[in-house]
Every structure is written in C-alpha cells, then in structure tokens.
Design a protein around this ligand. Structure first.
Ligand SMILES: [Zn+2]
Length: 142
C-alpha cells in the first residue's frame, strides 16, 4: 500500500509537468519542435481484466501505467521511452499489447468507461523526444 502511495505522488508530478505548455514554459529556447508522425489509430484501455488481463497497471517496461501519461505502442514502430503528443497531451510509450500493431496506439485510462468512451479514433501523433534507453524508464517495482 505504501508503494502505491509513493507512486501516486510520482504520477501526479508527471501529470503536472507533462503538458505542452509546461514544457514550453520551462525551457522556451530548448523546447523541441514536435515532429508529425502521421495519422495513427488510437484506442483506449484500462487496468481491468478484460483490457489488461492479470497485469493490471503493470506495463511491459515495468513502469506502472498512469492515465494521461502511459500509452501502449508497437515497439517495432515506436521504441519504448518515446514521448508522443496526442490531442495536446504528452504521453510516454511504455507498454505494448497483443492488438497494438503498426500505426496503432492504445491510450491508458483509469476506468473502463473512459477507455470505451475513447472508441477508435484516427489521430495525428507527434514525436516530442526519443529516448533510446528503455532501461531508463523508472520502475517503482525495482
Ligand atoms: Zn478495461
């Protein structure tokens, strides 16, 4: 339980600093220009059993999934650790999924209702920053 609480704090910090506005405000000169990656199919998923089986919030990179932060990708297309902007929100690629192949991104939500409400969308995705070191993804489980 203690671990959950610590993670919730980290999660909140990430949410507070990962908007495009915050990024630009921190370093207006160094703010990387988003690179359009094209139109991706986006869907939603949540920690429930029908979406994530027995994994819950545990992602394939070992990080715990966080709404407004985590997306599942096809790592052959988008390497883990890549930061993506989708509908103005900056996400980090840190999970994969059996149905996530090619130009498809699965966006993590806290509840099944929200993930269903997302439906299937065609969304332009932008690359913010690419990290080539998947091990750098902080894992609260290690
Ligand atoms: Zn679900």
């Amino acid at each position: 339980m203690k671990r959950r609480h610590i993670f919730a704090g980290v999660c909140l910090a990430i949410l507070l600093t990962s908007s495009a506005e915050a990024l630009a405000a921190e370093s207006p000169d160094a703010a990387p220009a988003p690179t359009p990656l094209g139109i991706f199919t986006t869907t939603g998923y949540c920690p429930c059993e029908s979406c994530s089986g027995r994994w819950g919030r545990l992602t394939s990179t070992g990080a715990l999934a966080c709404a407004g932060h985590t997306v599942a990708v096809d790592p052959q297309i988008i390497p883990y650790g890549t930061r993506l902007m989708i509908n103005g929100v900056i996400y980090t690629a840190e999970d994969c999924g059996g149905g996530v192949n090619g130009n498809h991104i699965d966006i993590f939500y806290d509840t099944h209702e929200e993930s269903r409400a997302h439906g299937i969308q065609a969304t332009e995705v932008f690359l913010i920053q690419q990290t080539a070191v998947p091990d750098a993804v902080p894992s609260p489980l290690s």
